[in-house]
Design a protein around this ligand. Sequence first.
Ligand SMILES: [Zn+2]
Length: 177
Amino acid sequence: MKSILVNRQALTYAVNQAAEVAGYLWQKGWAERNGGNITLNITEFVDDEIKSLPAISDVKQIGATLPYLKGCYFYCKGTNKRMRDLARWPMEHGSVIRILDDCASYVIIADHPVMPTSELPAHLSVHNRLIEKGSPYKASLHTHPIELIAMTHCKKFLEKDASQQKYHPATSCRYSR
Ligand SMILES: [Zn+2]
């Protein structure tokens, strides 16, 4: 199957920007293993041919109804995929999804049935809010920096005392694998 990026320069540029950022996350150690997530609203690049592409996955429930996402399309990092791999091969380690008209479910349409991560509902909720308030922002990104994960395994940082206030609140979120 031909990639959705073929002959779509603007869409390719947008997805490559997500890949570039994934590369920075990896190189700087801001993303451990397969942690973190990138989602990109690509609706502005969607043409009639993309709109007519068939689903290549079952219908998946988002777990929330997000009315501002009606008719939207997103590029999403795949579950268990690593930032360093996405940086080189974004369409092998991520996929494009279409939000269905109920605003509560989606299907994958390209290039491969790479499942988005379990954090997709949170990311889509962010996009829903961005559109609701008229924001121009198109990307949602979060990550699990390795130093923060290390700190959450350090007893000193887990103690509940006033000194904890000087550390970043994320250190109180333990990361489990
Ligand atoms: Zn996460």
